[in-house]
Design a protein around this ligand. Sequence first.
Ligand code: USQ
Length: 385
Amino acid sequence: MKLGFFSIDLRVHKKHDVPTAESSHFAESNENITNTPNLFSHVTLQVRVQAWKEVSGKDMKFVNLDVANEYDLLVQLIKDEQPDSIVHFAEQRAAPYSMKTSKTKRYTVDNNVGGSNNLCCAVIDSEVDAHVVHLGTMGVYGYGTSGGEIPEGYIDVVLPGGREANILHPAYPGSVYHATKCLDALLFQFYQKNDALRVTDLHQGIVWGTNTPQTIKDERLINRFDYDGDYGTVLNRFLMQGAMGVPLTVYGTGGQTRAFIHITDTARCIEIAINNPPASGERVEIFNQVAETRRVRDVAKLVADQTGVDVNMLPNPRFEAAENELDVANRKFCSLGLDPITLDEALFKEVTEVVNKYKHRCDPTKILPASFWNKKRAEECASLD
Ligand code: USQ
């Protein structure tokens, strides 16, 4: 079964052909992605592959297969390509979409957890010692107010009876989407222990921005820009709303503190992870892929000050802590050469220019949230309709 709407992709990197996340071979299935309200005109992957060839001179192979449901083809692809690294982006990626209906909840679990399990099994079945680099999320840690720095994946604990251990940080997801990333983490832990699978899990924050130094080279390479309530992430939504001259949609008090990362650093972190694989037998490597933390209402103020639009405090459609602190370690990436881009007005300008150019494509009816975490939240937000 191939389901539409979502970018389901599996990037397969080969030796000596790696340097950026945009280069090299990849396989992807992303049927019907045009059906979501993406700001840019849809360019097929075939066209993007051709555009990349024109600007870089590099060949990229495109294979369309469904990682969650075409297992034999996946095994064969890995045997044929003999990759050193596989970057696993083959998951439904949006928390609000995952919470929309029981259908989207079930789809998100089936696709994400089934896809990750298939990938682990396929690497083992193919007998290729490929390093799996998985796009995880900061949301596996939860956003409580426990205080203290969130470490990179593991914590020291004293178990009942006094035994000391270093274990995976307890999972505390805030949506079905985030729950699938917690379940993935357990699968990776198991396959690493049982089959010596080499895995790096990237606990990524909220991505913002439009371009990387690679995609800016050709309009056909511009990334998706989702601004709607189901797929758009908070800062990109605010920048779009600012460009449209509509009030910013801050949920609740805006006291939620979240981790942010620019899309250029996302690509750079993947490159660093590929170039620093765990050794065989080493436990799952976990990086916190974040540049900085900010409160949602402070992010809204930055955008409002720049664009002159009002800030609209809406009833929160989500079930989440109204206010939280967040202090996150990102020392591993920094020690490997990442110099993170932080929220900067110059970069806002770049995004705003792109958004202004394409804002005629925005459907204003998609701006308000359309996904509610539970019935109570839906009732509280009913006045938004
Ligand atoms: N928010 C608003 N107004 C909006 C949209 C969001 O106030 O118009 C608030 C939300 O209530 C939430 C925060 O902003 O407290 C972040 O929301 P988001 O939609 O930007 O991010 P989230 O749902 O957490 O998920 C996104 C991506 C997901 C990624 C995750 C990183 O969809 O793929 O894994 O960011 S993290 O949240 O750090 O786990």
